[in-house]
Design a protein around this ligand. Structure first.
Ligand code: T1G
Length: 673
């Protein structure tokens, strides 16, 4: 118990230890050694101390815990920046008269990688990943990364890393000379040994600061404009990637100090932008969603060593791949042998594609495939810890399956359904273990999409919910807890969004106008292109089974008409669009069909501007999200944002529908242009 009168000495997260002639500066700021103000202050002081000690020949900077510095402290953004500013700290390190060596492990990201680049040498543990992911936060590297990285690895590699935000393993960076050596173990020992060699040199040379390496020469005068055009398409509407390109181009236009000052201006413009505020919101929302504060604190998750997947269709196979790729044994059940084999072949094909695209090596593929065992017998599921049913989307079929599962599976086994809208409460009722029944709603393609809705039924107990949430994270998903209602959260909101889109067609808009307006606004795809891609009949069937379907005759009327005429989308080469030779084209026949239906429903037609289309659809989303929160189907507004950012192509730089609803842009004239 601290005595209130005793001043508490702040624990400094940066300490200096002398190892012979080497000063080891160690950062210990869990969980990821972020460069908080205290860390920046400590670094500045320790480097000065080391340089003032005549017995010190070399400085090593390392970190405790699971990773070297993983970036600036994102929680400090949006507040008045505190000194010392990171660029000043890194410049002081770079100007050190004594060599500074960075000892790298874990995920060396953002300001952490910039810290490493400002050192004179870099030693890394094998497998360490380095990257400048700032664009994923609507930022650019703001502490010299756009200036130092090109000097070490060249312009093209720097453009690729900084505009994508993707990490690279140190073994690749070593080939570019960014990392001096990669060691298998004893990182600190190697770094100190590497440093000691300088201390012993009689005529030791003053280390060459990265900033004094000549800027790379660009032979292709169109290079930067080509990158601007590419990113204008790939990162449509985003400020940060364009600012990143400008900052990197400045490496070739100005001397280091001037270019560094311009980098700062470009960084501050991004940091102060609404896009970055939205993307920082997304970052923290995706971490908060796993915090189930409403659960009893003593709740423990069940150990999951083996799962079963029911149904070897596209979804079932995708789900099986998720678990096998996370090292979890899978029993894939399909009643008919030929369907089971088809599913196993599909899984093998998917893994072969991953090997061909260098996502995994053949050894990993073999290990994953060995974890997936097919069966046609329910009896083989007796020892699994959790089952995910991914069979035909029909309530009767699912209830029969759960009756069998309840009989063959061990009492502690959790029984989950992958249903996208059916009532989990009704499914749970046919079992003797309703407290162990819930939904685990994967999104297609299941082995790619990160979103997982974990659907808590009325009787699902805390342990079952927590187990499913942790299992979701373990297989690389962003698991979001939701309640039972028709379509849960994502699909329920998507239905409101689609209904508004269909209503606009009856009022005079065309499918192409609606899709273009929403894609210009930032959605990955327009609603009618999505409907044609996934099949208009899927929504049609779901609406028919919805006990709460609105009675309004115009509700989804255009979509229903197309299905009734056999126009199901791409799979029938005709939907909201025509697909002659597989190429999407507006179809006058559809326009005429809708005009006639609007006339029959006595809905007047008018010209509808893109801004009106955008406002109508985004408002429909937000209003449904507000109802979902009122009904307690989602825990937090930010959880709804996480669902829409990771499952429906909502633009990350707008933060998600509920974040956007509170942003100044929601009422901006831009939406009505
Ligand atoms: N700042 C503050 N908190 C952070 C953080 C950061 N940079 N990174 C992670 N956290 C917190 C996170 O909120 C969570 O907190 C906990 O750490 C574990 O994170 C100047 C301007 C490093 C790969 O973008 O990618 O440097 O929920 O759940 O899955 O130019 O965290 O436990 O309370 O994600 O093992 C650039 C962001 C910043 C890296 C680890 N750096 N972080 O993943 O754990 S901008 C980044 C990550 C910058 C410079 C610019 C991941 C990770 P809590 P986690 P993980």
């Amino acid at each position: 118990m601290t005595n209130k009168l005793t001043p508490v000495t702040p624990v400094t997260p940066v300490k200096i230890v002398i190892e012979g002639s080497v000063a080891l500066i160690n950062i210990d700021n869990p969980p990821v050694n972020a460069l908080s103000q205290a860390v920046r202050q400590g670094l500045m002081e320790c480097v000065a101390t080391a340089n003032s000690d005549p017995n010190i020949g070399t400085i090593v900077i390392a970190c405790s815990g699971r990773t070297f510095v993983a970036g600036a402290d994102i929680s400090e953004f949006g507040k008045p920046p505190l000194e010392p500013h990171l660029p000043d700290v890194l410049n002081a390190i770079e100007q050190s008269p004594k060599p500074v060596i960075a000892a790298l492990h874990g995920t060396v990201l953002g300001g952490g990688f910039e810290l490493a680049l400002s050192c004179h040498y870099r030693i890394a543990l094998a497998g360490t990943k380095c990257g400048l992911p700032e664009v994923t936060l609507g930022l650019i590297p703001g502490a010299g990364g756009t200036q130092r990285l090109p000097r070490l690895c060249g312009i093209e590699k720097a453009l690729e890393m900084i505009t994508s935000g993707k990490s690279v393993v140190v073994e690749d960076l070593q080939a570019f000379g960014v990392v001096e050596s990669v060691v298998g173990e004893n990182l600190l020992g190697h770094a100190i040994e590497y440093g000691a060699q300088f201390s012993s040199q009689i005529d030791r040379k003053t280390p060459v600061p990265t900033s004094q390496i000549p800027a790379p020469v660009v032979t292709n005068s169109q290079l930067f404009d080509q990158w601007r055009a590419k990113l204008a398409r790939r990162a449509r509407g985003q400020l940060a990637p364009q600012n990143a390109i400008q900052a990197i181009e400045n490496t070739t236009l100005y001397c280091f100090p001037e270019a560094l000052a311009k980098e700062r201006e470009l960084f501050v413009e991004c940091r102060n932008s609404s896009q970055s505020a939205a993307m920082r919101h997304a970052f923290f929302a995706e971490r908060q969603v796993a915090k189930l504060d409403f659960l009893k604190t003593e709740t423990q998750a069940l150990p999951i060593a083996k799962v079963a997947v029911i149904g070897a269709g596209t979804m079932g196979c995708g789900i099986a791949i998720c678990f096998a790729s996370a090292g979890i044994a899978v029993r894939l059940l399909e009643l008919k042998a030929e369907n089971l084999q088809r599913g196993l072949n599909l899984i093998a094909e998917r893994y072969a594609q991953s090997v061909d695209s260098d996502r995994i090596d053949s050894q990993t593929r073999d290990q994953c495939l060995a974890l997936i065992q097919g069966t046609c017998l329910y009896e083989d599921l007796a020892d699994v810890d959790l089952v995910i049913e991914a069979a035909f989307e029909n309530a009767e079929v699912k209830r029969d399956i759960f009756v069998q599962l309840d009989q063959v599976c061990k009492p502690s086994a959790i029984l989950a359904s992958n249903t996208s809208y059916l009532d989990i409460n009704a499914i749970a009722e046919v079992t003797a273990r309703p407290e162990k029944v819930l939904g685990m709603h994967f999104f297609s393609p299941a082995h790619i999409m990160k979103l997982l809705e974990v659907v808590r039924a009325h009787k699902t107990d805390d342990q079952t919910l927590l187990t499913a949430m942790k299992l979701g994270k373990r297989i690389g998903k962003i698991a979001v807890p939701v309640g039972v209602c028709y379509g849960f959260v994502g699909n329920r909101m998507y239905s409101a969004y689609g209904a508004a889109a269909n209503q606009l067609l009856l009022e005079g808009a065309t499918p192409e106008q609606v899709d273009q307006a929403m894609e210009d606004w930032g959605m990955a795809m327009g609603p009618f292109a999505v409907a044609d891609l996934s099949g208009i009949d899927i929504g049609y069937k779901a609406r028919r089974e919805n006990p709460h379907r609105p009675s309004d005759p115009s509700f989804f009327r255009p979509a229903d008409l197309l299905v009734q005429q056999g126009r199901l989308g791409q799979k029938t080469e005709a939907g909201f669009y025509a697909y002659p030779g597989g190429k999407k084209q507006p179809d006058p026949e559809v326009i005429q069909l809708i005009i006639e239906e609007a006339r029959r429903l006595k809905i007047p037609q008018r010209i509808i501007r893109p801004g009106d289309i955008q406002r109508r659809l985004i408002t429909a989303l937000i209003k449904e999200g507000e109802k979902i929160l009122e009904q307690g189907i989602a825990v937090r507004a930010a959880d709804i944002d996480v669902i829409w950012l990771n499952g429906y192509g909502f633009p990350r730089y707008r933060g998600g529908p509920m974040y956007f609803a509170n942003s100044s842009e929601f009422d901006s004239p831009a939406l009505s242009s």
